[in-house]
Design a protein around this ligand. Structure first.
Ligand SMILES: Cc1cc2nc3c(=O)[nH]c(=O)nc-3n(C[C@H](O)[C@H](O)[C@H](O)COP(=O)(O)OP(=O)(O)OC[C@H]3O[C@@H](n4cnc5c(N)ncnc54)[C@H](O)[C@@H]3O)c2cc1C
Length: 481
């Protein structure tokens, strides 16, 4: 096998019958027909179709020596800078299809699986580590074009650094037994975006002070493994109408709490366990950050272009382009966009081969970009709201345009540049992007996409080479005499 298409993805997912809970009820029947998931699954299916599209198939797939069938390019292990650019092109194609609204388009986690595989040697020869399982997952994922979600955050019970998390019953998912078949896991992890909507769930732990060895594990299991439950928040799909809910009707990915109820993780699915050092080193030294950031920043650039397009169309529609503060606000989006693009390119230009032959993009520019985006994204939302003003609220629905008050709407909601119906269509998009439950969730998502922004900036500060600059000042002031 190799790449699948949308139909194959949907059929496979429906067959899995993952245990998904929404509003206190277990979902029965085909997940692809459920109102909360129908839209996003259709969008996801369209991504799988896109990689089969004859026009761009060669930009979305590659051939490996082992496989005769085309493989999704998100699995390509880059060996050259050219490969990195090829990967970026593929990410852009998928991001454009969803305007950057789907953080968990399959290329995100495929990239993570690829990065784990390129770095599996870090685990070689270490206690309770199985790098061969990472390699076989990678091969299986390529062969069947698997999709993944991931979860690594512990439940938000007590975030004090000295909290040890002792309780009779595990709250945060822990290994409670190791037997001849595998590990037994009990407890919960949060969140998992698209939890239950993927073939597998990849589980690992974020290293921390007082890291419990029972939590120092990583594995990937099928989403329908016995005892695995996905508990959804309420759905933010406003409805099926693309006029009323242009984004939530298509891209509402859902977020879930993942519960492990004595889940047996077979040994051949385990990457490592009971090894705090390996768990810590693997995330720090593998190419996980480099490749995952490269995917994320590429998608966020596409999303920023979408924001710029919406903002400029609002400006033209109500003709506010003569005001300087509008220029300043649009420039903020342009500056954000060009900064992110420059940082991404720098990461590719400064890429270097690692000791296992992978071409890793340079980490510092990517870290800088991922520190910038959580700050500028909420501002982009605010800018759209400020330009749109009352227009963000005067947004009757599609059926109102089909009712006896339609003449009023056509008259009072018209704009210089657009008729009333198209004007409302645009403003409903601006609202869904920034003010609906879908839009505000997008803000929270981008704010926390790669972890807590506070800790991200702290990590950048700690990792950044400052010695030469300090030496320069010491020399200038003659401090060493
Ligand atoms: C919409 C959405 C989707 C998500 N999807 C996924 C997913 O698919 N998979 C996944 O694994 N995760 C997902 N996450 C979780 C995401 O990774 C976390 O939100 C992020 O890592 C921050 O962790 P937290 O939410 O537990 O915040 P907390 O750690 O609880 O932080 C709460 C507050 O306390 C502060 N704080 C806590 N500890 C410290 C500290 N040590 N130092 C300084 N400040 C501290 C933080 O700055 C913050 O202000 C998602 C989150 C959101 C919002």
């Amino acid at each position: 096998m190799g790449i699948i298409d949308g139909k194959e993805f949907i059929e496979r997912l429906n067959k899995m019958k993952n245990e998904i809970w929404l509003d206190g009820k277990k979902i029965k029947g085909e997940i692809s027909e459920h109102p909360a998931f129908k839209g996003v699954l259709k969008s996801k299916a369209s991504l799988y179709d896109l990689q089969n599209s004859q026009d761009i198939k060669n930009e979305m797939t590659f051939f490996s020596q082992e496989n005769k069938e085309p493989i999704g390019l998100s699995y390509l292990q880059p060996k050259t800078k050219e490969d990195l650019k090829r990967r970026r092109k593929m990410i852009e194609h998928w991001a454009r299809q969803t305007h950057g609204m789907m953080g968990r388009s399959p290329d995100y986690m495929n990239t993570v699986v690829m990065s784990f595989a390129t770095s599996a040697n870090i685990l070689r020869g270490r206690e309770n580590c199985f790098p061969e399982n990472i390699q076989s997952l990678y091969e299986r994922a390529m062969k069947h074009d698997l999709s993944f979600t991931h979860t690594f955050i512990t439940p938000q019970v007590n975030r004090s650094q000295v909290y040890l998390g002792f309780s009779n019953e595990p709250i945060s998912a822990k290994v409670i037994d190791r037997n001849e078949k595998g590990l037994v896991i009990k407890g919960a992890r949060l969140l998992a975006t698209q939890g239950g909507l993927t073939d597998e769930v990849l589980v690992f732990s974020a290293p921390r002070l007082f890291f419990d060895p029972n939590e120092a594990f990583a594995f990937s299991i099928p989403s329908n493994t016995e005892g695995l439950k996905f508990i959804c928040r309420e759905s933010f799909v406003g409805g099926e109408s693309a006029f009323n809910y242009p984004l939530s009707s298509q891209y509402e990915e859902m977020d879930c709490i993942v519960v492990f109820d004595n889940v047996l993780v077979p040994w051949d699915c385990v990457f490592y366990y009971d090894n705090v050092d390996a768990a810590t080193d693997f995330l720090a030294e593998s190419s996980f950050y480099q490749f995952a950031y490269h995917q994320v920043i590429t998608r966020q650039i596409v999303k920023t272009e979408f924001f710029l397009g919406v903002a400029q169309l609002l400006v033209e529609t109500i003709n506010v382009g003569e005001y300087q503060h509008i220029h300043e606000k649009l420039s903020e989006i342009i500056i954000g966009l060009e900064t992110m693009k420059a940082l991404l390119e720098k990461s590719e230009n400064d890429a270097e081969l690692d000791e296992w032959g992978s071409m890793r993009p340079s980490l510092i520019p990517l870290k800088v970009a991922s520190n910038i985006f959580p700050k500028i994204y909420p501002r982009f939302s605010e800018i759209i709201q400020i330009i749109g003003a009352s227009g963000m609220i005067s947004i009757p629905t599609e059926s109102a345009f089909d009712s006896e008050i339609q003449l009023d709407l056509h008259k009072y909601l018209q704009a210089d540049g657009l008729n009333a119906e198209n004007r409302v269509k645009l403003f409903r998009l601006a609202w869904d992007l920034t003010m609906s439950s879908f839009g505000t969730r997008q803000t929270q998502y981008e704010r926390y996409f790669f972890g807590d922004p506070i800790r991200l900036s702290s990590a950048l500060y700690k990792d950044y080479q400052k010695d030469n600059h300090v030496k320069e000042i010491s020399k200038f002031l003659n401090l060493n005499n």
